[in-house]
Design a protein around this ligand. Structure first.
Ligand code: PEP
Length: 271
Protein backbone atom coordinates (compact mmCIF):
# COMPACT_ATOMS: atom_id res chain seq x y z
CA UNK A 1 0.00 0.00 0.00
CA UNK A 2 1.23 3.53 -0.83
CA UNK A 3 2.06 5.11 2.51
CA UNK A 4 4.67 7.85 2.68
CA UNK A 5 7.01 7.44 5.62
CA UNK A 6 5.81 10.69 7.20
CA UNK A 7 2.19 9.58 7.20
CA UNK A 8 1.17 8.69 10.75
CA UNK A 9 -0.58 5.40 11.20
CA UNK A 10 -4.31 5.82 11.58
CA UNK A 11 -5.03 6.11 15.29
CA UNK A 12 -7.45 3.74 16.97
CA UNK A 13 -11.05 4.90 17.19
CA UNK A 14 -10.76 5.79 20.88
CA UNK A 15 -7.74 7.98 20.21
CA UNK A 16 -9.39 9.53 17.17
CA UNK A 17 -12.44 10.54 19.13
CA UNK A 18 -10.28 12.06 21.82
CA UNK A 19 -8.71 14.44 19.29
CA UNK A 20 -10.22 17.76 20.18
CA UNK A 21 -11.91 20.11 17.75
CA UNK A 22 -9.93 22.76 19.61
CA UNK A 23 -7.01 21.87 17.34
CA UNK A 24 -8.97 23.08 14.29
CA UNK A 25 -11.13 25.65 16.02
CA UNK A 26 -10.25 28.16 13.32
CA UNK A 27 -12.01 26.13 10.63
CA UNK A 28 -15.73 26.78 10.52
CA UNK A 29 -17.79 23.66 9.88
CA UNK A 30 -19.57 23.41 6.54
CA UNK A 31 -22.49 21.23 5.43
CA UNK A 32 -23.26 21.05 1.70
CA UNK A 33 -26.44 19.51 0.32
CA UNK A 34 -26.15 18.15 -3.23
CA UNK A 35 -29.67 17.57 -4.51
CA UNK A 36 -28.34 15.88 -7.66
CA UNK A 37 -31.12 15.41 -10.28
CA UNK A 38 -34.00 15.57 -7.80
CA UNK A 39 -36.84 17.95 -7.04
CA UNK A 40 -39.48 20.06 -8.75
CA UNK A 41 -40.93 23.51 -8.02
CA UNK A 42 -43.39 22.25 -5.41
CA UNK A 43 -41.07 19.80 -3.65
CA UNK A 44 -38.22 22.33 -3.57
CA UNK A 45 -40.44 24.98 -2.01
CA UNK A 46 -41.71 22.58 0.67
CA UNK A 47 -38.22 21.34 1.48
CA UNK A 48 -36.76 24.84 1.66
CA UNK A 49 -39.53 26.18 3.88
CA UNK A 50 -38.84 23.39 6.36
CA UNK A 51 -35.07 23.89 6.19
CA UNK A 52 -35.12 27.69 6.47
CA UNK A 53 -37.53 27.46 9.43
CA UNK A 54 -35.08 25.17 11.19
CA UNK A 55 -31.86 27.00 10.33
CA UNK A 56 -31.83 30.70 11.03
CA UNK A 57 -28.16 31.35 11.36
CA UNK A 58 -27.77 31.19 15.10
CA UNK A 59 -25.58 28.14 14.70
CA UNK A 60 -21.83 28.02 14.21
CA UNK A 61 -21.69 26.33 10.83
CA UNK A 62 -22.12 27.28 7.18
CA UNK A 63 -24.81 25.55 5.14
CA UNK A 64 -24.87 25.38 1.33
CA UNK A 65 -27.57 23.95 -0.95
CA UNK A 66 -26.78 22.90 -4.54
CA UNK A 67 -29.98 22.37 -6.55
CA UNK A 68 -30.17 21.34 -10.23
CA UNK A 69 -29.52 24.24 -12.65
CA UNK A 70 -33.19 24.89 -13.62
CA UNK A 71 -34.04 25.59 -9.98
CA UNK A 72 -31.12 27.85 -9.07
CA UNK A 73 -33.22 30.96 -9.37
CA UNK A 74 -36.13 29.50 -7.41
CA UNK A 75 -33.81 28.45 -4.59
CA UNK A 76 -31.98 31.78 -4.74
CA UNK A 77 -35.26 33.64 -4.22
CA UNK A 78 -36.42 31.44 -1.35
CA UNK A 79 -33.02 31.69 0.37
CA UNK A 80 -32.88 35.45 -0.10
CA UNK A 81 -33.22 36.37 3.58
CA UNK A 82 -31.70 33.18 4.92
CA UNK A 83 -28.12 32.45 6.05
CA UNK A 84 -28.17 29.37 3.80
CA UNK A 85 -25.86 29.79 0.84
CA UNK A 86 -26.54 28.89 -2.80
CA UNK A 87 -24.22 26.55 -4.68
CA UNK A 88 -24.19 24.58 -7.94
CA UNK A 89 -23.38 20.98 -8.80
CA UNK A 90 -20.95 21.49 -11.68
CA UNK A 91 -19.70 24.10 -14.15
CA UNK A 92 -18.08 24.32 -17.57
CA UNK A 93 -14.45 25.38 -17.84
CA UNK A 94 -15.07 28.01 -20.56
CA UNK A 95 -16.70 31.36 -19.89
CA UNK A 96 -18.99 31.53 -22.95
CA UNK A 97 -19.46 30.24 -26.47
CA UNK A 98 -20.75 27.32 -28.49
CA UNK A 99 -21.06 24.75 -25.71
CA UNK A 100 -24.65 23.57 -25.98
CA UNK A 101 -26.18 22.62 -22.68
CA UNK A 102 -23.30 23.92 -20.56
CA UNK A 103 -23.29 26.58 -17.84
CA UNK A 104 -20.35 28.88 -17.11
CA UNK A 105 -18.96 30.02 -13.79
CA UNK A 106 -19.82 33.65 -14.51
CA UNK A 107 -23.47 32.60 -15.07
CA UNK A 108 -23.47 30.87 -11.69
CA UNK A 109 -21.96 33.95 -10.06
CA UNK A 110 -24.63 36.07 -11.77
CA UNK A 111 -27.25 33.94 -10.00
CA UNK A 112 -25.55 34.55 -6.63
CA UNK A 113 -24.00 31.10 -6.37
CA UNK A 114 -21.05 31.19 -4.01
CA UNK A 115 -19.91 27.57 -4.17
CA UNK A 116 -19.71 24.96 -6.91
CA UNK A 117 -19.03 21.23 -6.63
CA UNK A 118 -16.18 20.18 -8.92
CA UNK A 119 -15.13 16.63 -9.81
CA UNK A 120 -17.99 14.80 -8.13
CA UNK A 121 -17.43 11.10 -8.74
CA UNK A 122 -20.71 10.78 -10.65
CA UNK A 123 -19.39 13.30 -13.18
CA UNK A 124 -15.93 11.75 -13.27
CA UNK A 125 -17.49 8.34 -13.96
CA UNK A 126 -20.64 9.07 -15.97
CA UNK A 127 -19.54 12.20 -17.84
CA UNK A 128 -15.95 10.95 -18.10
CA UNK A 129 -14.49 14.13 -16.64
CA UNK A 130 -10.73 13.73 -16.59
CA UNK A 131 -8.42 14.98 -13.84
CA UNK A 132 -7.31 17.70 -16.26
CA UNK A 133 -10.88 18.85 -16.97
CA UNK A 134 -11.58 18.90 -13.25
CA UNK A 135 -8.52 21.12 -12.78
CA UNK A 136 -9.72 23.49 -15.51
CA UNK A 137 -13.19 23.71 -14.00
CA UNK A 138 -11.65 24.42 -10.60
CA UNK A 139 -9.67 27.32 -12.10
CA UNK A 140 -12.70 28.65 -14.01
CA UNK A 141 -14.79 28.63 -10.83
CA UNK A 142 -12.18 30.58 -8.89
CA UNK A 143 -11.72 33.05 -11.73
CA UNK A 144 -15.43 33.90 -11.49
CA UNK A 145 -15.20 34.34 -7.73
CA UNK A 146 -16.86 31.04 -6.79
CA UNK A 147 -15.48 28.73 -4.13
CA UNK A 148 -14.87 25.30 -5.67
CA UNK A 149 -15.66 22.22 -3.58
CA UNK A 150 -13.15 19.80 -5.09
CA UNK A 151 -14.22 16.15 -4.68
CA UNK A 152 -11.70 13.34 -4.65
CA UNK A 153 -12.06 9.70 -3.69
CA UNK A 154 -11.14 6.18 -4.57
CA UNK A 155 -13.16 3.35 -6.11
CA UNK A 156 -13.89 0.15 -4.22
CA UNK A 157 -11.24 -1.57 -6.32
CA UNK A 158 -8.61 1.03 -5.33
CA UNK A 159 -9.57 0.58 -1.69
CA UNK A 160 -9.39 -3.19 -1.87
CA UNK A 161 -6.03 -3.06 -3.66
CA UNK A 162 -4.68 -0.67 -1.05
CA UNK A 163 -3.91 2.06 -3.61
CA UNK A 164 -6.48 4.59 -2.41
CA UNK A 165 -3.94 7.21 -1.33
CA UNK A 166 -2.33 7.05 -4.76
CA UNK A 167 -5.67 7.78 -6.41
CA UNK A 168 -6.35 10.70 -4.12
CA UNK A 169 -2.85 12.02 -4.59
CA UNK A 170 -3.22 11.83 -8.40
CA UNK A 171 -6.56 13.67 -8.31
CA UNK A 172 -5.19 16.41 -6.06
CA UNK A 173 -1.92 16.76 -7.94
CA UNK A 174 -3.74 17.38 -11.23
CA UNK A 175 -5.28 20.49 -9.70
CA UNK A 176 -2.12 21.55 -7.86
CA UNK A 177 -0.20 21.30 -11.16
CA UNK A 178 -2.75 23.52 -12.90
CA UNK A 179 -3.37 26.19 -10.26
CA UNK A 180 -0.67 25.81 -7.62
CA UNK A 181 -1.48 25.20 -3.97
CA UNK A 182 -1.70 28.82 -2.87
CA UNK A 183 -5.21 29.24 -4.28
CA UNK A 184 -6.58 26.56 -1.96
CA UNK A 185 -7.24 29.15 0.72
CA UNK A 186 -10.29 29.95 -1.44
CA UNK A 187 -11.39 26.35 -1.94
CA UNK A 188 -12.94 23.46 -0.05
CA UNK A 189 -11.94 19.81 -0.42
CA UNK A 190 -14.26 16.84 -0.07
CA UNK A 191 -13.18 13.26 0.46
CA UNK A 192 -15.85 11.06 -1.08
CA UNK A 193 -14.95 7.38 -1.35
CA UNK A 194 -16.90 6.19 -4.40
CA UNK A 195 -17.92 3.00 -2.59
CA UNK A 196 -19.61 5.07 0.13
CA UNK A 197 -21.57 7.54 -2.04
CA UNK A 198 -25.24 6.63 -2.25
CA UNK A 199 -24.56 3.09 -1.04
CA UNK A 200 -25.46 3.30 2.63
CA UNK A 201 -21.87 2.28 3.50
CA UNK A 202 -19.93 4.95 5.37
CA UNK A 203 -16.18 5.06 5.80
CA UNK A 204 -15.24 4.18 9.37
CA UNK A 205 -13.89 7.06 11.44
CA UNK A 206 -10.41 5.53 11.11
CA UNK A 207 -10.66 5.28 7.32
CA UNK A 208 -11.98 8.82 6.96
CA UNK A 209 -9.48 10.36 9.36
CA UNK A 210 -6.53 8.64 7.68
CA UNK A 211 -7.44 10.10 4.28
CA UNK A 212 -8.33 13.54 5.63
CA UNK A 213 -4.97 13.74 7.40
CA UNK A 214 -3.25 12.65 4.20
CA UNK A 215 -5.10 15.29 2.15
CA UNK A 216 -4.31 17.96 4.71
CA UNK A 217 -0.63 17.11 4.54
CA UNK A 218 -0.73 17.49 0.71
CA UNK A 219 -1.81 21.10 1.12
CA UNK A 220 1.55 22.16 2.53
CA UNK A 221 1.49 25.66 4.02
CA UNK A 222 -2.32 25.83 3.88
CA UNK A 223 -2.87 22.48 5.52
CA UNK A 224 -4.48 23.85 8.69
CA UNK A 225 -6.58 26.45 6.86
CA UNK A 226 -8.51 24.46 4.25
CA UNK A 227 -11.83 22.88 5.09
CA UNK A 228 -12.02 19.20 4.19
CA UNK A 229 -15.49 17.66 4.11
CA UNK A 230 -16.39 14.00 4.24
CA UNK A 231 -19.07 12.65 1.88
CA UNK A 232 -20.52 9.19 1.55
CA UNK A 233 -23.81 8.11 3.14
CA UNK A 234 -23.64 10.63 5.98
CA UNK A 235 -26.89 10.53 7.94
CA UNK A 236 -28.09 12.02 11.21
CA UNK A 237 -27.15 8.84 13.07
CA UNK A 238 -23.45 8.83 12.00
CA UNK A 239 -22.74 12.55 11.49
CA UNK A 240 -21.77 13.32 15.09
CA UNK A 241 -19.10 10.63 15.18
CA UNK A 242 -17.55 11.86 11.92
CA UNK A 243 -17.71 15.53 12.90
CA UNK A 244 -15.91 14.76 16.17
CA UNK A 245 -12.77 13.89 14.18
CA UNK A 246 -10.06 16.52 14.16
CA UNK A 247 -9.56 16.65 10.40
CA UNK A 248 -13.20 16.54 9.27
CA UNK A 249 -14.74 19.98 8.86
CA UNK A 250 -18.26 19.02 7.81
CA UNK A 251 -20.03 16.96 5.18
CA UNK A 252 -21.10 16.80 1.58
CA UNK A 253 -24.53 15.18 1.55
CA UNK A 254 -26.55 13.57 -1.21
CA UNK A 255 -29.58 11.60 -0.02
CA UNK A 256 -29.75 13.23 3.41
CA UNK A 257 -30.08 16.69 1.86
CA UNK A 258 -33.51 15.79 0.45
CA UNK A 259 -35.08 15.21 3.85
CA UNK A 260 -35.50 18.35 5.96
CA UNK A 261 -35.35 16.61 9.35
CA UNK A 262 -32.30 14.57 8.42
CA UNK A 263 -30.56 17.57 6.84
CA UNK A 264 -31.23 19.86 9.81
CA UNK A 265 -30.09 17.23 12.30
CA UNK A 266 -26.77 16.94 10.41
CA UNK A 267 -26.37 20.73 10.18
CA UNK A 268 -26.94 20.99 13.94
CA UNK A 269 -24.45 18.20 14.60
CA UNK A 270 -21.85 20.25 12.70
CA UNK A 271 -22.04 23.38 14.83
C1 PEP B 1 -22.80 12.81 -2.72
O1 PEP B 1 -23.49 12.66 -3.72
O2 PEP B 1 -21.87 13.62 -2.75
C2 PEP B 1 -23.08 11.99 -1.55
C3 PEP B 1 -22.25 12.03 -0.55
O3 PEP B 1 -24.22 11.22 -1.60
P1 PEP B 1 -24.83 10.37 -0.37
O4 PEP B 1 -24.82 11.26 0.84
O5 PEP B 1 -26.21 10.01 -0.82
O6 PEP B 1 -23.93 9.19 -0.19
Amino acid sequence: MFKPSWLPLAPALGEVLLLSKASNAKRRQLVVGNWKMNGNLRENADLLVAITNGWQGEHGADVVICPPFPYLNQVREILHNSPIILGAQTVHDQDKGAFTGEVSASMLADLDCKFVIIGHNERRRMQHESDQQVAEKFAAAQKAGLTPILCVGESLQDREQGIYLETISRQLNAVFAHTGKDVFDKAVLAYEPVWAVGTGKTATPEQAEEVHKFMRAQLGALSEKVRILYGGSVKAHNAQQLFALADIDGALLGGASLDANEFLAICKAAE
